[in-house]
Write a protein that binds this ligand. Structure first.
Ligand SMILES: *Cc1c(COP(=O)(O)O)cnc(C)c1O
Length: 391
């Protein structure tokens, strides 16, 4: 019951706003397309300058269109504060930059997003921040990796190559006992299917480029956390690095947000239908989708997630080259990176996120199921199998 209440909540949260009479009752917030804000007198200016992180002084700090989006996302994630960035990587790197210093130690899931690992590598090589990578499917992986100087546990659940999960509630407990912060890249689940702060995680990060935007037309990122931790991120990472979201992008993201729950429900249905189709196919060795009962962590997925998004992978019994031909034959699935838009996507070959895993098939195919008709997508794949098997 709680789950469906949670979901209905999400629908009202994205659709309902207080009427803002400041803007003649306009039903969407205007794009505040300005870099600076002027003051009626110098005293008001001086007062604002004493707290540029709260006042509207300059759009690298605050902008009403962006702030509106931030309030909406904080509400969806049940967090105190949210801050939007120019991209998912801007949110991730600014957060890591703000929270870590020389001598600190980080425990990170080894299948986490490639550029996140690369940035941790930079911090490690150039600033003396130590990083331990763990498999993460067992809570003990984290317990064993903790050191006296561990500052942060960095999670991504599920991962975006092999779709492995971490037990967030248990890891949050462990981290609290050890006085360690926890952060999660939750781009896959969105707040529609997972609210990590409610499970005790400290910081939630998203690439808004994916499902939030939903239309493959802009990039963005967000960090959500409690007020006191956000201050630290704002002071050290947000204003100074300047990787902010522009008001125009914020306006596109607000538009995307209105249909997020609706789209996620559809993505869930179509993603599962395509995954089930593939699982039954004789040329498929296994499907990595946490919503399938065959997924080794399906029980944890059911406990932790209230739904499943539509990015997953499968391992084919045919060689890599043949699967590349298979992808070439598809009409609806376009070949490319990223996901979360309206269009279905395919990429063949182990992604950087599927590294270090024993036995991972080289013929790993990652699929993103978009908003097209599911029967048409399945027919598209059916034709592709026939083509490659007759050549
Ligand atoms: C795309 C992606 C990011 C990075 O987001 P950008 O908006 O491309 O910077 C981070 N994490 C995951 C899981 C992603 O898929």
């Amino acid at each position: 019951m709680e789950r469906s209440n949670g979901r209905n909540d999400v629908y009202s949260q994205v659709a309902h706003d207080e009427i803002d009479l400041q803007h003649s009752g306009a039903v969407t917030i205007p794009v505040y397309q300005n870099s600076l804000f002027a003051f009626p007198n110098h005293e008001a200016f001086d007062q604002a300058m004493r707290d540029v992180l709260s006042a509207t002084v300059y759009s690298r700090g605050n902008n009403p269109t962006v702030q509106y989006l931030e309030r909406k996302i904080a509400e969806l994630e049940r967090g105190e504060r949210a801050r939007c960035f120019a991209s998912g990587m801007a949110a991730i790197s600014s957060t890591l930059h703000a929270l870590l210093k020389t001598g600190d130690h980080v425990v990170c899931v080894d299948q986490s997003y490639g550029p996140t690992r690369q940035y941790l590598g930079e911090l490690s090589d150039r600033f003396g921040i130590a990083v331990t990578y763990v498999d993460g499917r067992a809570v003990a992986d984290f317990r064993q990796a903790l050191q006296p100087h561990t500052k942060l546990i960095y999670l991504e659940s599920p991962t975006s190559g092999l779709f492995q999960l971490q037990d967030l509630e248990e890891i949050a407990k462990l981290a609290k006992e050890a006085g360690v912060l926890t952060a999660i890249d939750s781009s896959w689940a969105t707040p529609c299917f997972l609210q990590p702060l409610s499970l005790g995680i400290d910081i939630v990060l998203h690439s808004m480029t994916k499902y939030f935007s939903g239309h493959s037309d802009c990039l963005g990122g967000v960090v959500v956390t409690r007020a006191e931790l956000m201050r630290e991120i704002e002071q050290r990472g947000y204003m100074l690095l300047g990787g902010i979201m522009t008001p125009h992008t914020a306006s596109l993201m607000i538009r995307g947000l209105r249909t997020l729950p609706l789209r996620m429900e559809r993505h869930q249905q179509s993603g599962l239908a395509v995954a089930e189709y593939l699982q039954a196919h004789p040329m498929v060795a296994c499907v990595n989708h946490p919503g399938l009962p065959s997924h080794p962590q399906h029980q944890l997925a059911q406990k932790q997630l209230s739904g499943y998004s539509s990015l997953f992978s499968f391992e084919a019994k045919l060689p890599l080259q043949v699967m590349k031909q298979w992808a070439d034959t598809l009409q609806y699935f376009r070949i490319g990176v990223s996901w979360g838009g309206y269009e279905s996507l395919v990429s063949v070959g182990a992604t950087p996120e599927a590294r270090n895993t024993d036995g991972a098939s080289p013929s790993l195919v990652r699929l993103y199921v978009g908003l097209e008709d599911t029967a048409a997508l399945i027919e598209d794949m059916e034709k592709a199998w026939t083509t490659v098997m007759h050549e």
